[in-house]
Write a protein that binds this ligand. Structure first.
Ligand SMILES: Nc1ncnc2c1ncn2[C@@H]1O[C@H](COP(=O)(O)OP(=O)(O)OP(=O)(O)O)[C@@H](O)[C@H]1O
Length: 621
């Protein structure tokens, strides 16, 4: 029979009382009972109440986490009690801490009785970005016990020799993609030993198979010692999760935490849909950003890498700064872009999260996945997905999934994703950790679809079909997608400027931009790796939102002439307010020159300025 490593089994006499707080078995039992209901009767619970080690509670306090989130309240006591847990909770609900904290607690407990170095925990994630994020979380949460816990991630581009040397010291925690982990278990001179493993975590479990790790996961499952505790975290319950459940839990059923959490007042994502033609997307996005109708940081999702550059070059025409995230960029740059965005260095990220063009089989799989999610249950016996045809980019890349972008006011689906589950992950980049946010999706209706010179996106013809799936899925969660209309007449006034700008963004300019950015980022990436490790403070000087300037520059487009602005203010352009989060400290308005040479650039200045009358709705918690 499988024997669990139960933290209550470990003698605690050696532990200083203040440092080690015992697991509250009763709390764990209560949590288990209410596990699937998601009842929020224990909202006053603190991290200390959960039975975590005092050093971890201290680290959590340092992070200014006042109270555990629902998933943390439910999962931590169960995990501390040695239970296998399969947890489904919404994006941005704090799943990382929900497993990192009990894993750290388990390691500390084990070390207090047996300090022999051993790899005790293996955390499997689908992407390098996530590995980096988890690693940083571990660093933060182990701030007060750093000498007792050592974690390594295997996802950086490291030679086998370096990986061997990292693993030779038996780090307590290894964070890896399944492929890297298996490579080090099976190959690379068996650098990673799982003999002493006590915890296995599968983060973003719904994605591990879709990233093509099925064989690696299968192989790893046979190399695991008996009796380890397995925790799976997922934002959705799909066939993938079910397949993994069979592989990793075998005959032992995990405790299922299916946490549907209603948004509290002022929380959650306001979902808006604007139906428009392909070229209108460019018109609206120009109006939105040039007139700052969306307040705060924003992620714009597009269908593919070329679309990233088309939009970036288009924005450049108007002097709107943005940076790009896609699978083609080196991993160091990608991670740095996210870090800088989280530091508020950039306002706009243009990201392509799709695995480029999917084959028919893969499209069918996505549809199937949506249907399964519609059913709300996982079907039995469905085969795991095959490895997707990866395009030129990095297969271990993912933006819309799991990356913790901080304080994102809005997500704009410039191109609709190809599945409803992808939509869920995309909009989950905003309204994280109990905040408010907005998701605006452009949908091209069938009658407005035509192959436009500027676009060749594969999904456009299918927008309405996908929208129907999204609407259905969101309705099941009690969420609604509301239509959002721009004032067509007012917006039309900007059309000739849009055309001017789009004409300059030629295919050649896009190709050149793509190559130039890649070259620049590769250089930066090398620098990042070698130099910034030693000089972390210099990081700030490296920007990713520079102009690519491969398109013809048209200086006049950088300013918005006053006659284009409606007298009634920005609201005249829209059916209501769009943004929620106020602009950050500094204001990057283009500094429109007004008559008399004065700038009207600053927010909230000058009576009579049409922009001044616009008030962003500020939602406070
Ligand atoms: N108890 C808490 N109090 C305040 N903030 C928290 C708390 N727990 C987590 N957070 C913050 O919430 C954000 C989202 O957390 P996390 O990335 O763990 O979510 P997630 O559920 O894993 O999301 P996803 O499904 O998108 O991966 C992070 O910025 C994190 O620092």
């Amino acid at each position: 029979m499988k024997r669990k490593l139960n933290q209550n089994d470990v003698p605690t006499s050696a532990e200083p009382e203040a440092d080690q707080q015992m697991v509250d078995a009763e709390a764990a039992a209560t949590a288990e009972k209410t596990a699937t209901t998601g009842a929020a009767s224990d909202e006053e619970t603190t991290f200390a109440d959960l039975g975590l080690d005092a050093r971890l509670v201290q680290a959590v306090a340092q992070q200014k986490f006042l109270k555990p989130t629902l998933v943390q309240r439910r999962a931590i006591p169960l995990a501390l009690d040695g239970k296998d847990v399969l947890c489904k909770a919404k994006t941005g609900s704090g799943k990382t801490a929900a497993y990192v904290l009990p894993v750290l607690a388990g390691i500390l407990k084990k070390k207090s009785v047996d300090p022999t170095p051993a790899t005790t925990a293996l955390i499997l994630v689908p992407t390098r970005e996530l590995a980096d994020q988890v690693f940083k979380s571990i660093e933060l949460f182990s701030a007060f016990c750093a000498k007792d816990v050592r974690a390594v991630k295997l996802t950086d581009k490291l030679t086998d020799a370096v990986q061997r040397s990292l693993l030779s010291t038996c780090p307590d925690i290894v964070i890896s993609t399944p492929a890297r982990a298996w490579h080090n278990v099976n190959g690379n001179s068996g650098a990673l030993s799982l003999d002493k493993l006590a915890f296995l975590v599968l983060d973003e479990a719904d994605l591990l198979l879709s990233y093509g790790y099925s064989e690696d996961l299968d192989s790893l499952s046979f190399s695991l010692p008996k009796g380890i505790q397995t925790i799976m975290m997922s934002a959705t319950l799909t066939t993938e999760v079910d397949s993994l459940k069979k592989i990793f839990y075998r005959d032992q059923q995990p405790t299922l935490l299916d946490l549907e959490e209603p948004d509290a007042e002022g929380e959650g994502v306001t979902q808006l849909v604007t139906k428009c033609g392909e070229d209108e997307k460019f018109l609206l996005i120009y109006v939105i950003f040039k007139l700052q109708l969306v307040k705060g940081k924003c992620i714009i999702f597009v269908a593919d890498i070329d679309r990233c550059y088309r939009l970036k070059l288009y924005f450049e025409q108007f002097g709107i700064r943005s940076c790009i995230l896609n699978s083609e960029l080196p991993v160091n740059s990608r991670i740095h872009v996210v870090e800088e965005f989280n530091r508020n260095a950039y306002d706009i990220i243009i990201a392509s999260d799709e695995k480029e063009v999917l084959g028919n089989e893969e499209k069918a799989e996505e549809e199937q996945e949506d249907e399964e999610m519609d059913d709300g249950e996982v079907k039995e016996g469905v085969r795991p997905k095959k490895k997707r045809k990866s395009a030129k980019g990095d297969v271990e890349y993912g933006v819309s999934r799991g990356i913790d972008f901080k304080n994102v006011a809005a997500v704009i689906n410039f191109d609709l994703p190809t599945s409803a589950s992808s939509y869920t992950h995309r909009i989950g980049r905003t309204a994280r950790a109990g905040r408010a946010g907005m998701a605006l999706s452009f949908v091209v209706p069938k009658d407005l679809y035509r192959k436009h010179i500027h676009t060749s996106i594969p999904s456009a013809e299918k927008d309405e079909k996908i929208l129907a799936r999204i609407t259905k899925q969101q309705a099941k969660k009690g969420k609604e997608l509301k239509p959002y209309n721009f004032n067509k007449e007012q917006v039309e006034a900007f059309r000739y400027r849009m055309n001017d700008a789009l004409r300059a963004v030629t295919k050649v300019a896009i190709r050149e931009a793509r190559t130039r950015e890649l070259r620049q980022e590769l250089l930066k990436s090398e620098k990042l790796k070698r130099y910034f490790e030693e000089n972390p403070s210099e990081m700030n000087h490296l920007r990713h939102d520079g102009e690519l300037r491969t398109a013809r520059q048209q200086a006049h487009l950088k300013h918005v002439p006053e006659y284009l602005l409606p007298k009634e203010g920005r609201q005249a352009l829209t059916a209501g307010d769009v943004g929620f989060v106020p602009m950050k400290k500094f204001d990057r308005r283009a500094g429109t020159k007004r008559k008399g040479g004065k700038r009207s650039g600053k927010a909230g200045v000058r009576k009579g300025d049409p922009l001044k009358t616009f008030k962003a709705r500020r939602k406070t918690k």
